[in-house]
Design a protein around this ligand. Structure first.
Ligand code: FAD
Length: 689
């Protein structure tokens, strides 16, 4: 395909309004004005950038959008979703974070992501989610391959901007897989002044042909200040080659879907979504859906949000690291950064959430836990902002009370009031969206009829009335310990663990504690003259009454973990405590996604058993056969003992799934979170269900 320039434009002449700055810093509208797929008047723009050098224009673009979102009425409804693919080691992201024209809070958040050096997708939500930036950190090809194409074509990427040094054929086809059929490509030329112009030209010509072959209309863009020929419109693919490219793209998508069929990621249906909940999980989901303008009905059995597991005064927020830095550890790190961001956004929006990101200090409490912690410390070069190995005297200085052991310090971690966080997220969701909330409304049964969901509920407390709600296109169960109360979810492999948190008066020298301590249980710095410590861990407990035994156990945990004099000031005799139940999965990952249809899966299993396939054939069958799900029914639960860290990101991923978007998570993490994973792992390994 010859690369014939059809038109040469000067941005300054085409956009007189932008003439002032077009010679140095083209605006968003100027850069993308040539792309019909990314028209500036589109209410939802989805653009991806694969840069390697310049950070000026991305910084200017982000700042411009943030300013517009904050000021111009007519842009309030406009959403820009930016995907940035950045190499791990590349200083590009660091330079972007340091770029003077980049405004807060994007600056701080991008810096936090660079500093953490955690690969995978990091989602930043700015200006009430009118600007979303997904930073895909790591080798761009692996990052692209690991993304699942959005289930709604309209949610795919509309335009790419990549520079010649960052692009190659394999990347281009992955970009094509994630793009809308009419998506366009801006190829950025001559970004490196040191580059030999002749060889760069040849490379650009070759790339242009490859881009066209993959079905894009390709524009060549030169942002150098001295060059006024900013955009060259390259030849579009012919209709025939466009058709071939689309077939190729569909084949790539199908290939991925087949490989991943055991992990259904079906989108929500058009219409209203009902959420059953009232804790951290559902509140964050309601917020994520409100940011997308979705209509939601919210059902909570209590008088107010945050009355069950999410009702503690203080909860520790910190990552869960594993020596091998597994998908679980990755997910918790991404979730931890996302939760911090969510809390900060709610604070900026004016909500009161007692919290302190005062750091968390983790130490061992017996030989086994000391060994495991040492293994975690030595296994990975953790970024300093994530986990810092400290010796006993450093630990003492950080904690403000004596600590006898070496440990791991999480500088960005701390504590937050889960109840206040939950309430703030719900209030914010109500402010932003169209949510109808029903409190004291206990859902007793759910029913799928004529392709819609109906809820039977008791409204108005124990002696309340039976009422039916519906129809709803989608139903999300984010109802904590009651997740398995319904016939459709009774078989989910998940268990409730009762926990009692003890409240301790702040007295010297304990009140000097400056950081959250975490060993055999946790201990928080004082808030409102009380520390929190705990928690007990009792499977399938028969009641949620206060337990004097668990109160003493909580004290013992502190005294076996630390030997300092200050532990004598830990006083549990006031019998002040709070009891809740966390839902825990065997692999400690939350459950997020389509509700599996266990009956259908086991019927298929029994049938499949009779066909006497080899283990290999069987594994392939389970991997490539779409796993059965309940249509329109979704799960968000199993947040375990770290729901503050794991919940908000799971909620955001589920909101994206419901809306058919490109999901902000890699495939391994999506498989880790899938509610059917315990069964599918067995079946794929050829084990009995
Ligand atoms: P919940 O907060 O339990 O919310 C479930 C909601 O669903 C409730 O509001 C309930 O009213 C509603 N509901 C249930 N069934 C129905 C129904 N049928 N109809 C209508 N409404 C219904 N995590 C941390 O990150 N750090 C910590 O330090 C920490 N400490 C903890 C200590 C203890 C003792 C406990 C119990 C948990 C702790 N956790 C901690 C875990 C964390 O609190 C949970 O993971 C999180 O709160 C779970 O949130 P959720 O929204 O899934 O459930």
């Amino acid at each position: 395909m010859p690369n014939i320039p059809l038109r040469v434009n000067s941005l300054a002449t085409e956009h007189p309004n932008n003439a002032q700055n077009s010679d140095k810093m083209p605006t968003f509208d100027a850069i993308f004005s040539h792309l019909s797929a990314v028209k500036s008047q589109n209410s939802h723009q989805i653009i991806a950038l694969l840069p390697s050098h310049d950070t000026n224009w991305p910084a200017a673009l982000i700042t411009e959008r943030l300013t517009q979102a904050g000021s111009k009425q007519h842009l309030q409804k406009q959403h820009l979703h930016l995907h940035l693919f950045a190499e791990h080691q590349a200083t590009w992201l660091k330079t972007l974070a340091e770029n003077e024209s980049l405004s807060s809070p994007a600056k701080e958040q991008i810096k936090a992501i660079y500093d953490a050096r955690v690969s995978g997708c990091h989602r930043l939500k700015l200006a009430n989610a009118r600007l979303i930036i997904d930073i895909h950190l790591g080798d761009p090809l692996s990052q692209l391959k690991d993304l699942v194409a959005p289930s709604l074509a309209s949610q795919a990427i509309q335009g790419w901007l990549a520079d010649t040094q960052a692009t190659d054929e394999a990347l281009i086809w992955q970009m094509a897989r994630l793009s809308q059929d009419n998506a366009e490509f801006l190829l950025l030329e001559n970004v490196d002044v040191n580059l030999d112009k002749t060889s760069d030209n040849a490379n650009t010509n070759l790339l242009t042909q490859l881009i066209i072959k993959a079905g894009f209309t390709c524009y060549r863009l030169n942002l150098s200040p001295e060059d006024d020929q900013l955009v060259t419109l390259a030849e579009k693919p012919s209709l025939a080659s466009q058709d071939i490219a689309m077939v190729e793209r569909r084949a790539l998508r199908r290939q991925q879907l087949d490989k991943f069929a055991f992990n259904p990621l079906t989108q929500g249906r058009e219409g209203e979504t009902a959420i059953i909940g009232g804790g951290v999980a559902s509140a964050n989901l309601a917020l994520s859906l409100a940011e997308r303008g979705k209509k939601v009905s919210f059902f909570c059995m209590d008088k107010a949000p945050g009355e069950q597991a999410s009702g503690n005064k203080q909860g520790a927020i910190y990552p869960l690291l594993t020596p091998e830095h597994s998908s679980l550890s990755h997910y918790f790190l991404q979730g931890y950064l996302f939760s911090r961001q969510r809390i900060k956004q709610l604070l900026e929006a004016g909500h009161e959430i007692p919290h302190d990101f005062c750091g968390v200090l983790q130490t061992g409490h017996d030989e086994r836990s000391h060994k495991r912690l040492t293994k975690i410390i030595n296994a990975q070069p953790w970024a300093e902002s994530i986990a810092l190995p400290v010796n006993a005297s450093q630990a003492t200085a950080l904690a403000g009370v004596s600590i006898e052991h070496q440990g791991l310090y999480y500088p960005l971690a701390g504590w937050v009031s889960p109840q206040a966080f939950t309430r703030a997220a719900i209030i914010q969701a109500e402010r932003l969206g169209t949510q109808t909330s029903h409190y004291q409304c206990q859902v007793t049964a759910i029913r799928f009829e004529s392709q819609q969901w109906y809820l039977r509920a008791v409204q108005g407390g124990q002696d309340g009335q039976e009422v039916e709600f519906g129809p709803f296109a989608n139903l999300v169960l984010a109802n904590g310990r009651h997740l398995t109360d319904f016939a459709q979810t009774a078989r989910l492999p998940i268990s409730g663990f009762r926990g009692q948190v003890s409240h301790i008066p702040a007295r010297a020298p304990l009140k000097d504690l400056k950081t959250v301590l975490c060993a055999h249980g946790y201990l928080t710095p004082a808030h409102d003259k009380l520390h929190c410590t705990g928690a007990s861990y009792v499977k399938d407990a028969s009641n949620l009454d206060y337990s004097a035994v668990e109160q003493v156990e909580n004290l013992d945990k502190i005294r076996t973990s630390y030997g300092g004099e200050w532990t004598k000031a830990v006083d549990i005799t006031g019998h002040s405590a709070r009891v809740g139940v966390r839902m825990v999965t065997r692999d400690h990952a939350p459950m997020m996604g389509c509700a599996p249809d266990f009956e259908a899966i086991s019927a298929t299993y029994l049938n499949h058993q009779q066909t006497k396939k080899s283990t290999k054939e069987s594994a392939k069958y389970w991997q490539t056969t779409p796993a059965s799900v309940h249509q329109g029914l979704f799960i968000l639960g199993g947040l375990g003992s770290r729901g503050l860290t794991s919940g908000p990101l799971a909620a955001e991923i589920l909101a994206a799934q419901l809306c058919g978007e490109l999901l902000p998570a890699t495939q391994d993490i999506l498989a880790l979170l899938n509610p059917n994973r315990m069964w599918m792992r067995k079946l794929i390994k050829g084990k009995a269900l």
